[in-house]
Design a protein around this ligand. Structure first.
Ligand SMILES: NC(=O)c1ccc[n+]([C@@H]2O[C@H](COP(=O)([O-])OP(=O)(O)OC[C@H]3O[C@@H](n4cnc5c(N)ncnc54)[C@H](OP(=O)(O)O)[C@@H]3O)[C@@H](O)[C@H]2O)c1
Length: 278
């Protein structure tokens, strides 16, 4: 094991340049952490290659083997993992009645099971040190699920729910669980969502809604969304508090969705139908 003079270690998934994971990685490094920055392909974080604050690893959250390999590499190298950030995630756009089940499975496999794979791999190490922070990145959309992104929203609602149970279950072992709930943040998510939307079959029942459905893919990327850098800076500050919040939300629409959550369903449905033209 190499000696790193007690420096704390953060492991982050989905660190491709231009996204929130990459900005979070830089913010943790700025706070003095050794950052295990991971993505499915090293090319997407090539800019971090020569920076000694980072240990770059290929990690696909869809593969238990890949997750376990990275976690053992980190434990072998540093002997500790202080913070784990389940940031990797995919959007999934389409009307629920027609969306292929395979798209639903892929989304849950990344956003929900992917996070659980990493949690299963790191918790035993954190328990040994009776210390650690697990951060799950959800979404404000899960507070008021609307049309066209129902699969994604359901996956994030599942992650919020898992975080709530985990937070209580892991407390006896000294592990904090934090749900980070972004509003709209500028990243690659719009382009990635469009790329997977382009693989969808042509809608039959929803032909007339095709334009508004497609627009939903990039809705978080408007001019009022906040930058990934601002998001990362404030999120890292919240995570590093001695007593971190159980729930941390930030970004465009975060207040709107907090209000929508409390509205009667008939009012929420009315507003959603207006906003999403259905
Ligand atoms: N941006 C927003 O407005 C917003 C709002 C609410 C929640 N979020 C959540 O914030 C998180 C970060 O998203 P982002 O906006 O930064 O989007 P992004 O720029 O598209 O980044 C997503 C990251 O996840 C990675 N990823 C996808 N599937 C993966 C897999 N199987 N294994 C490992 N990595 C995988 C992507 O890798 P590739 O580059 O290889 O695709 C990319 O690095 C996600 O969980 C997202 O749902 C974002």
């Amino acid at each position: 094991m190499e000696s790193f003079s007690g420096q704390q270690v953060a492991l982050i998934t989905g660190c491709s340049q231009g996204g929130m994971g990459h900005a979070l990685a830089l913010s943790f490094a700025d706070k003095g952490f050794l950052v295990v920055a991971t993505t499915r392909s090293l090319r997407s974080m090539a800019d971090l290659e020569d920076d000694r604050r980072f240990f770059l690893q290929v990690l696909d959250v869809g593969s238990e083997e890949s997750v376990n390999k990275v976690v053992s590499n980190v434990v072998e190298k540093y002997g500790r993992i202080d913070v784990v950030l389940n940031n990797a995630g995919v959007q999934c756009i389409g009307p629920l009645a027609e969306i292929p089940l395979s798209a639903l499975q892929r989304t849950f496999d990344t956003n929900v099971y992917g996070s659980m794979r990493l949690i299963h791999a790191v918790v035993p190490h954190m328990v040994l040190r009776r210390k650690g922070k697990i951060v799950n990145v959800g979404s404000v959309t899960a507070l008021a699920p609307g049309p066209w992104a129902g699969v994604y929203t359901a996956s994030k609602a599942a992650l919020h729910s898992l975080s709530d149970s985990l937070r209580v279950e892991l407390k006896p072992f000294g592990i904090d669980v934090i749900t980070v709930v972004p509003g709209a943040v500028r990243s690659n998510i719009g382009n990635s969502a469009l790329a997977s939307y382009n693989q969808m079959p042509e809608w039959k029942l929803y032909k007339d809604f095709a334009d508004v459905i497609r627009e939903r893919a990039t809705r978080s990327q408007g001019p009022n969304s906040i930058s990934s850098e601002e998001f990362a800076k404030k999120t890292v500050a919240a995570i590093l508090k001695k007593n971190p919040p159980a729930w941390f939300t930030l970004g465009q629409y975060s207040t709107v969705f907090a209000i929508l959550y409390h509205l009667p369903l008939f009012v929420r449905d009315f507003l959603m139908r207006k906003a999403m033209k259905c």
